[in-house]
Design a protein around this ligand. Structure first.
Ligand code: NDP
Length: 329
């Protein structure tokens, strides 16, 4: 009998997206020069958006979902990879224009794959996932702007989420004093356990605020956008820096010019999807070195593969704490 592989597939018909498990033949698991036995994937906010079609992430009529995966190379026609290599794929259009990671087997382009550095196994790679790797990219952008531990307090918004929890863990390990902004104050002890010195209520940031406010933050990692980001910009110190990667509050940005013109502040976009390979390899190398794997485990929850179709609501409603790993069974 022909070998088949279980995968979570999105199909668009008459404009409507439906999502369900299918058994795929080897000829249906994608195109490319490397085949991977997928071991773990993850649930990111963007996976929730893709599955619910809240934003049209899926741009093909039929696609395996999942923006991330980690696994072992099963066959390779590319000299960069040999059978047995442990690899990770983040973004690069996975689950948008080509097949993603919610599958037992994936055939894909070697250009999308990063070899995992020593010190990170495939489960840890997916505990990190796109959200954690984006947190690393955000911290690296702050460093390139010369934000140092002695610069002052760094704010992390969306603190209990995937980007937020990993950003707190990384920044505190690097010696920064971190304030966490969360709507889940019941998670204050958890956030302090990850390394936050202080925890504030996100309600302080999520409503329309003054154009210029008392300076509070030397830098910030924001994954919320909207009024939250606008208020953070208005609360940056002179020459303060904020990275912006996400839209958990909204994709609008109701900010004003004053902090830019009068306080010399910087707003830096962070994109993980099309980040060049050299930057990805640097980020994964830094994660292996700087992320405390015990803290990573503490911020990780497991979601069974079979539960994925009902999981989008949970992440879109902010009900998942930290990062969610999916073992591909
Ligand atoms: P999560 O859902 O894990 O975390 C988002 C967090 O934002 C929530 O946990 C919650 O934190 C907070 N939040 C939720 N709703 C609101 C709201 N209405 N107002 C203010 N805060 C809110 O998502 P991720 O961490 O995976 O992703 C965060 C964002 O970053 C998403 O928009 C995602 O699409 C984006 N992203 C972008 C990437 C890029 O390449 N540019 C890559 C990765 C992510 P709390 O409960 O603590 O308040």
């Amino acid at each position: 009998m022909e070998q088949t592989y279980k995968a979570l597939v999105a199909t668009r018909q008459d404009g409507k997206l439906s999502v369900g498990f299918e058994q795929l033949a080897a000829s249906d698991i994608g195109d490319g020069d490397v085949e991977i036995a997928v071991e773990y994937s993850t649930l990111n906010y963007k996976d929730g958006l893709a599955m619910s079609d809240a934003i049209p992430i899926v741009q093909q009529d039929r696609l395996i979902l999942g923006i991330d995966m980690a696994g072992t190379v099963a066959s390779s026609d590319n000299p960069r990879f040999i059978v047995g290599d442990k690899v990770v794929m983040n973004g690069y259009g996975a689950s948008e224009t080509h097949h993603g990671g919610y599958t037992q087997r994936l055939r894909t382009n070697a250009d999308y794959l990063v070899k995992l550095p020593a010190g990170i196994n495939t489960r840890q790679a997916m505990a990190i996932g796109t959200a954690g790797y984006t947190a690393m990219l955000s911290v690296m952008r702050l460093e390139k702007m010369d934000v140092r531990p002695e610069s002052g307090v760094v704010l992390v918004t969306g603190a209990s989420g995937g980007v937020g929890t990993v950003a707190i863990s990384l920044l505190s390990a690097l010696g920064y004093r971190v304030t966490a902004s969360t709507g889940r104050l019941q998670e204050a002890d958890f956030l302090k356990g990850l390394g936050a010195s202080d925890v504030i209520n996100r309600a302080e940031l999520s409503e329309p605020g003054e154009m210029m406010q008392a300076p509070r933050w030397a830098a910030a990692v924001d994954s919320c956008g909207s009024h939250t980001l606008a208020n953070v910009i208005a609360q940056l110190h002179y020459s303060g820096v904020v990275t912006a990667c996400g839209l958990a509050q909204g994709l609008d940005l109701p900010a004003n010019m004053m902090p830019f013109a009068l306080r010399n502040v910087s707003l830096l976009g962070v994109d993980s999807v099309h980040a060049p390979m050299s930057l990805r390899e640097e980020a994964w190398g830094r994660l292996a070195k700087d992320l405390d794997m015990a803290k990573l485990e503490a911020l990780t929850v497991n979601i069974p593969f079979d539960d994925l179709p009902v999981a989008p609501g949970k992440i879109l409603q902010g009900q998942i704490r930290g990062r969610a790993v999916v073992e591909i069974t």
